[in-house]
Design a protein around this ligand. Structure first.
Ligand code: NI
Length: 198
């Protein structure tokens, strides 16, 4: 199924999915523990494509279902795609994504968490905020794909960071919650002030 998604994205990225609204912190849906996925059907596959489309358009390297208001245990990632400016026939410019490597994780479970790394993180639900967060350096994730098949993947470095960040969204946690209380309150204030002035 992921192969199918990849093929669709490569042929025509703009026609594949619908751009969904990304909810910003402190929207209550971001604090909810997400429900497991039990039905693996065409709607689920389309939803995953919409999530990917929204992530590529934002642009971001990861997006979890609760961020678009769907409290289900799903997230998508792509840490290696390229984004380039393309000049169209009428002279206007457009951003095009190439070299997609979409990953879809449904009902993920993190195991074999080991080591420690610090990485600067950002989040589409907290635009403009970036901060170093302490995470495990390596892990194994067991998950289901769009067809419901159980898969597993080992991850380290950036991929491991992204999996932990997105998995946190399924637990109602944003990266601010992983910082010291002092830093969290400071950044939260900064973010809410900026949001209000927009
Ligand atoms: Ni996030």
């Amino acid at each position: 199924m992921e192969e199918a998604i990849q093929r669709d994205l490569n042929s025509d990225f703009n026609g594949v999915g619908e751009k969904l609204q990304v909810f910003k912190y402190p929207h209550p849906v971001l604090k909810k523990v997400a429900e497991p996925v039990t039905e693996f059907d065409a709607d689920l596959e389309q939803f995953c494509k919409n999530l990917l489309h929204t992530m590529y358009t934002a642009p971001g390297i990861g997006l979890a279902a609760p961020q678009v208001g769907v409290s289900k245990r799903i997230f998508v990632l792509d840490i290696s795609y390229q984004r380039e400016d393309v000049t169209l026939a009428d002279g206007s410019k457009e951003k095009r994504c190439t070299e997609f490597n979409p990953l879809v994780f449904i009902n993920p479970v993190l195991k074999e968490l080991d080591g420690e790394q610090l990485h600067e993180e950002g989040c589409l639900s907290l635009p403009g905020l970036y901060e170093s967060v302490k995470r495990y350096s390596s892990l194994e994730v067991e998950y289901q794909n769009c067809s419901g098949e159980v898969k597993s993947m080992k991850a380290e470095e950036l991929l491991s960071v992204c999996i932990q960040h997105e998995n946190d969204h399924l637990e109602g946690i944003v990266f601010l919650d992983r910082l010291s209380l002092l830093k969290k309150n400071l950044l939260k204030k900064k973010f809410l002030k900026k949001k209000k002035n927009k």
